[in-house]
Write a protein that binds this ligand. Structure first.
Ligand code: 5GP
Ligand code: ZN
Length: 111
């Protein structure tokens, strides 16, 4: 828990979010400013600033194994996953999160 981290506060239910999944290690909730009809964030309950700080295979597995569980529950088979790492890559919240977006066509390369 990082006391000034907005996503830790969401994990601890200190600020509201639209949760769509929760297990012992991970939560997922809708993005406040969605960029696609479906846009949610998957985060570990444990605070890591970014992908650079993930310290175990288990932490990766916890995050990534949750994603197909959530998407299958939502009935989506096609989606984009994004992790922004660092300011220049677009990271604005420094608690690692995977964006999962669906419901529209996506272009590549990303901007
Ligand atoms: P980043 O730019 O760090 O990759 O993504 C941060 C994401 O968190 C953004 O898409 C932003 O809309 C979302 N976000 C920021 N603050 C909140 C919040 O308080 N609640 C929710 N649900 N999403 C947030
Ligand atoms: Zn945090």
């Amino acid at each position: 828990m990082s006391s000034d981290c907005i996503f830790c506060k969401i994990v601890n239910k200190e600020i509201p979010a639209e949760f769509i999944y929760e297990d012992d290690n991970v939560v997922a909730f809708n993005d406040l400013n969605p960029t696609a009809p479906i846009h949610f964030l998957v985060i570990p309950k444990k605070h890591y600033d970014s992908l650079n700080d993930i310290d175990s295979k288990e932490a990766f597995a916890n995050i990534f194994s949750a994603i197909p569980k959530i998407t299958s529950k939502l009935g989506i088979k096609e989606y984009r996953t994004v992790i922004n790492t660092g300011k220049s890559a677009g990271q604005t919240v420094f608690h690692i999160h995977v964006h999962v977006m669906a419901g529209r066509e996506f272009t590549w390369p990303a901007g």
